[in-house]
Design a protein around this ligand. Structure first.
Ligand SMILES: [Zn+2]
Length: 118
């Protein structure tokens, strides 16, 4: 389950930024995940529940996920097109010679924190 490793990294980065920002706790974290990153939502949330519990600053923080739908460009006809995880061929000329433009994202979009002053 690579979701555990992903979440572990995310929790570490968020806790560190929250600490540096003088936050008393992290309220929510928004991740941007491409459909091609092969992340299972259920496993991700399971790992989130387990790992945020162990980090005092992250306890109770909610996880929001923003899906990024894949898009590619065709190297034969330059068509840019959106597709799902399995259909990577160019819809215009049928070429399989395509390059993924987006859809493999796995990044922290935003972190919502609470400080003592709030
Ligand atoms: Zn094409």
């Amino acid at each position: 389950m690579h979701e555990l490793g992903i979440v572990s990294g995310v929790v570490e980065v968020c806790a560190k930024s929250a600490r540096e920002a003088g936050a008393s706790r992290v309220l929510s974290v928004r991740l941007r995940i491409g459909d091609m990153a092969e992340v299972m939502d259920e496993s991700l949330r399971f790992a989130w529940e387990a790992l945020t519990e162990e980090e005092p600053l992250m306890r109770g923080a909610t996880l929001e996920v923003e899906d990024v739908h894949p898009a590619s460009i065709c190297l034969d006809c330059a068509e840019e097109f959106e597709h799902d995880r399995f259909h990577l061929r160019c819809p215009v000329c049928g070429s399989a010679d395509t390059v993924l433009l987006r859809g493999r994202e796995l990044e922290i979009a935003s972190i919502d924190i609470e400080t003592e002053d709030d």
